[in-house]
Write a protein that binds this ligand. Structure first.
Ligand code: AQP
Length: 333
């Protein structure tokens, strides 16, 4: 039986190696399987924190272009922009009526980002609290059974499962209950300068973040300057005691295959490890960067993919969302 797969990426910054290894690479693999796959630039999610309108538009186009450059094929999958399909926000309201205030306040991303916004005096947008309900709607509107994501999104997919089960129990079977699928290595790529924090595209300092469009020399410099761990300089895979080295081993394993703990045995010092990681990342990103240059030169073609994707997505989501409206007690128009 073919599965339906859904996932999304928010245009809050330039896409990173973390996005690629944690999520996008899984999407490309799913796109090549006989499954039906939908991938979405979740632009409404980018409005939950301070944003600049022109930048969000620019980053949305760039994200879509990079997803195509990474290997998603518009003939095979449906690639679209969230705000082009009204069903997401229609269903999000029903999800807010299903979720509780307490469970949304327990979301780790909410707690972390709210603390960050408060510290900078920005104020916390209400949508930052409610966006996991929108994310649940993104997934449930398509009857997706699998959601390929990185580790940081696991909690939101768990919430989506809970909401789907609760809605089905209260109002009759309406939604497929989805599950998160994570890569076996590099499900959480860490910042090269602060290996206890996730490599996040909206984080301020770029020194520890490898962006997908970084030049090879920039990638090499960032990797060579990665913070490793003080101590005896031994290369050992230990995420707790040696997070910097473990992160480099994870990235190497994700790029060139193998098990990070086994790869560690092949190194006696950090320098050689960093050189191999830098080479592996540069080679991994080279084809994507080459394809990106061609696609970016033809923005009309990318817009056409997004327009057609939104049409297909609407046709899939509308009957599911209409069913949910009826099930919850709303009169058909
Ligand atoms: N460091 C990462 N390692 C593995 N997977 C990651 N993902 C993100 N960072 C890593 C996965 O990429 C997909 C899209 O991510 P996103 O757009 O939802 O979030 P982000 O890139 O983390 O963006 P932000 O705005 O910078 O968010 P915060 O502030 O939370 O870091 C997801 O599947 C995600 O798991």
């Amino acid at each position: 039986m073919t599965k339906r797969i859904f996932s999304g990426i928010k245009p809050t910054g330039h896409l990173t190696l973390g996005n690629y290894l944690g999520a996008v690479r899984q999407w490309v693999a799913a796109d090549r399987a006989p499954d039906e796959a939908l991938f979405c630039v979740v632009d409404l999610h980018a409005l939950t924190v301070e944003h600049e309108p022109a930048r969000v538009r620019r980053l949305s186009r760039q994200a879509a272009t990079l997803l195509l450059a990474a290997g998603l094929s518009p003939e095979k999958c449906t690639l679209f922009v969230q705000s082009h399909v009204d069903e997401h926000t229609r269903l999000a309201y029903l999800m807010e009526c299903t979720a509780s205030d307490g469970e949304l306040r327990r979301m780790i991303q909410y707690k972390e980002k709210a603390a960050r916004a408060q510290a900078t005096g920005e104020g916390v947008r209400l949508s930052l609290l409610t966006y996991p309900a929108l994310m649940a709607a993104d997934i449930l509107a398509y009857g997706a059974s699998e959601v390929p994501v990185g580790e940081d999104q696991r909690q939101h997919v768990e919430l989506t499962r809970d909401l789907a089960v609760r809605f089905n129990q209260r109002y009759g079977h309406t939604f497929t209950v989805p599950k998160a699928t994570l890569p076996t290595v590099a499900a959480r790529v860490m910042d090269l300068q602060d290996p206890t924090s996730k490599m996040g595209k909206s984080h301020e300092s770029g020194a520890g973040i490898v962006y997908l469009l970084d030049e090879p020399a920039v990638i090499a410099k960032k990797v060579m300057r990665a913070v490793t761990d003080s101590g005896d300089g031994a290369v050992v895979y230990d995420r707790e005691a040696r997070p910097g080295v473990a992160n480099l081993l994870d990235v190497l394993a994700a790029c060139s295959g193998g098990d990070p703990a086994v790869l560690a045995d092949g190194y006696s010092g950090y320098g050689a490890l960093k050189r191999d990681v830098a080479d592996a990342v540069v080679e991994l990103l080279r084809p994507l960067q080459e394809r990106h240059a061609g696609l970016a030169a033809d923005p009309g073609a990318v817009e056409k993919v997004l327009r057609e994707g939104a049409e297909r997505a609407r046709a899939l989501a509308r009957p599911v969302v209409n069913r949910a409206y009826e099930a919850i007690g709303l009169l058909a128009p």
